[in-house]
Write a protein that binds this ligand. Structure first.
Ligand SMILES: *[C@@H]1O[C@H](CO)[C@@H](O)[C@H](O)[C@H]1NC(C)=O
Ligand SMILES: *[C@@H]1O[C@H](CO)[C@@H](O)[C@H](O)[C@H]1NC(C)=O
Length: 531
């Protein structure tokens, strides 16, 4: 019944666990074909491939012809007016050779072992084949270190060494992370902890098991990123000799000191930079609900991170799987036509964000949202409310929960998730970390306004102004953007439709599986000491 019960659940179970720190793709087809031809020559000529691929075709011209034996992607070639999603599917590699060549062009490496099976899987499941730049970026530092180490004789391999180290920590105590092992295609674990998402990960990994190489996987099951390591500062000394004396146990109180005062994570309030820092508007950076980070480059899979100060390896969150109980599902499809929706921005949610200390909550985005909506000049623009106050975060000295609840009119009244159908504009805004509702909101019939500091794995795919309206972390441009939408209804509708089409057709459970699967292949190669 409660529309936010899932985030409630994830949060509570986290608290109940033991220790809780007290309070592009390439464009021109012809150019690509030429490139592919050249690159695949290099590729096939190379001797150090760890990919078992069939020999290349005899003629180079076959690349530009659709292969009738391949599954037909939705909408592909069906009409002259292709949607952006049709075009996205159309430009995906049609053959393994083409996909491998594109992979190599982007990464300067051969695809990992098992890529041929992955390619078949991706085609069969109608997944994207080429657009995995986020994966390449996330693994790039580890590959660079692996390459560097390769030249040092007898040096212990960085990646497996770090997996071993963090695995030992997890074995000792509950640090909000889990291990999964794959051995001869059988799933296991090396720890005894549990997480809310075990069932989803267990099912997914078991299903993929027959195609997966051996590995030991480290998954951070908290929503917050954990690897507070900026790879732009990567130097061999730092990375090779872990220096963090309390990895995954760093929880400065408040966290703002570490991120802001000590300069470990200064994030501009606007992607174009130069205006102000967003640090003062992020509850996570101000006083994290859950910090427990490390300052060394451990390989860990996480659901979100803040660029560029975190180096977690991203993978799909359980909040993005329809088959997961965490998915923000609607009980019925949108039954309110666009013209009947109110031209008002709607938001409901809990007071999650971080530890309340002094007046800092006024800077947390969810409280800030209420303040902005109440400004006289914004009257009638927004219908927003905090539905529940998280008393857990109100334990530090001086926090008066009653006073805050009264001030922000937190009545405990919940609203069904389907309420969004009555509004043209909906907001997605950070809680303790990313909200988990984003894809759900995009799938509703409303236009999504998104304000976040967190990057999720689909960051490159869902584009600002094309699929959603971006809003600064401090929400200072929110009212202005809502006014724009009201004044440009057709444009607003176009963005809403594009966002919904993308989510309905691309962001499928199968696509999540394809992404996770490719992450696992990269992980397995590095874990086996490859580079
Ligand atoms: C996965 O689920 C199966 C069936 O419930 C269970 O027997 C197995 O122990 C689980 N594996 C892991 C690694 O959690
Ligand atoms: C407080 O919330 C109630 C219930 O949602 C609503 O009826 C009332 O108008 C709100 N008051 C203010 C001052 O926002």
């Amino acid at each position: 019944m409660s529309s936010y019960s899932s985030s409630n659940g994830r949060f509570r179970s986290r608290l109940s666990r033991k220790k809780w720190g007290a309070p592009v793709v390439a464009g021109g087809a012809l150019g690509l074909i030429l490139l592919v031809t050249v690159v695949s020559k290099v590729f096939w000529g190379g001797g150090d491939t760890d990919l078992d691929l069939p020999p290349p075709r005899k003629t180079g011209t076959q690349h530009d012809l659709p292969d009738p034996s391949q599954p037909h992607y939705p909408g592909a070639g069906s009409s002259t007016t292709l949607s952006a999603v049709d075009e996205l599917f159309e430009r995906q590699s049609q053959t393994l050779e083409q996909a491998a060549a594109r992979y190599r062009l982007k990464t300067d490496r051969n695809p990992p072992r098992g890529y041929d099976k992955w390619f078949e899987y991706a085609r069969e499941k109608r997944c994207l084949v080429d657009d995995y730049d986020q994966i390449y970026r996330d693994f790039a530092p580890f590959y660079q270190l692996a390459d560097k180490r390769e030249s040092e004789k007898n040096a212990e391999k960085f990646f497996p060494q770090m997996v071993k180290a963090v695995g030992a920590l997890i074995h000792e105590e509950n640090i909000g992370m889990r291990t999964f092992t794959m051995q001869e295609h059988r799933l296991g674990t090396a720890d005894e902890w549990t997480s809310n998402y075990d069932e989803l990960w267990n099912t997914t990994l078991t299903q993929l098991g027959p195609s997966l190489p051996d590995f030991k996987l480290i998954i951070n099951h908290r929503d917050e990123p954990r690897i507070a390591f900026d790879v732009r500062a990567l130097s061999p000394e730092v990375a090779f000799k872990p220096e963090d004396k309390a990895p995954f146990r760093n929880a400065p109180k408040p966290t703002s000191k570490f991120y802001t005062d000590d300069g470990h994570c200064l994030v501009p309030n606007d992607p174009r930079g130069f205006l102000t820092w967003a640090n003062g508007a992020s509850s996570f950076l101000l006083y994290s609900a859950s910090a427990d980070f490390t300052t060394d480059l451990y390989p860990v899979l996480s659901q979100s991170k803040i660029y560029p100060c975190f180096s977690d390896i991203l993978f799909p969150s359980p909040f993005h799987y329809k088959r997961s109980s965490s998915h923000p599902k609607y009980s019925k499809p949108d039954n309110v036509g666009w013209a009947k929706k109110r031209s008002v921005l709607y938001w409901r949610g809990q007071s999650t964000g971080g530890w309340i200390y002094g007046e800092n909550y006024r800077s947390f985005p969810r409280f800030r949202l209420i303040d902005i909506a109440r400004e006289p000049k914004n009257a009638g623009l927004m219908d927003v409310a905090i539905t529940a106050f998280y008393t857990w975060f109100c334990q530090l000295e001086g926090c008066d929960g009653e006073k805050i609840s009264k001030e922000y009119n937190i009545t405990g009244e919940n609203a069904p998730r389907e309420e969004v159908y009555n509004y043209k504009y909906v907001l997605d805004v950070d809680g303790n970390a990313f909200s988990g509702r984003y894809l759900g909101l995009l799938a509703s019939g409303s236009l999504v306004f998104k304000s976040t500091l967190f990057t999720e794995y689909f960051h490159d795919w869902l584009q600002p102004f094309e699929h959603y309206i971006p809003v600064r972390p401090d929400l200072s441009d929110l009212a202005e953007r809502v006014r724009w939408a009201k004044a440009h209804d057709e444009e607003a509708r176009r963005i809403q439709k594009a966002g919904k089409e993308f989510v309905d057709r691309v962001m499928t459970d199968a696509q999540n599986d394809c992404y996770f699967y490719l992450v696992l292949l990269e992980w397995a190669r590095l874990h086996a000491g490859g580079h």
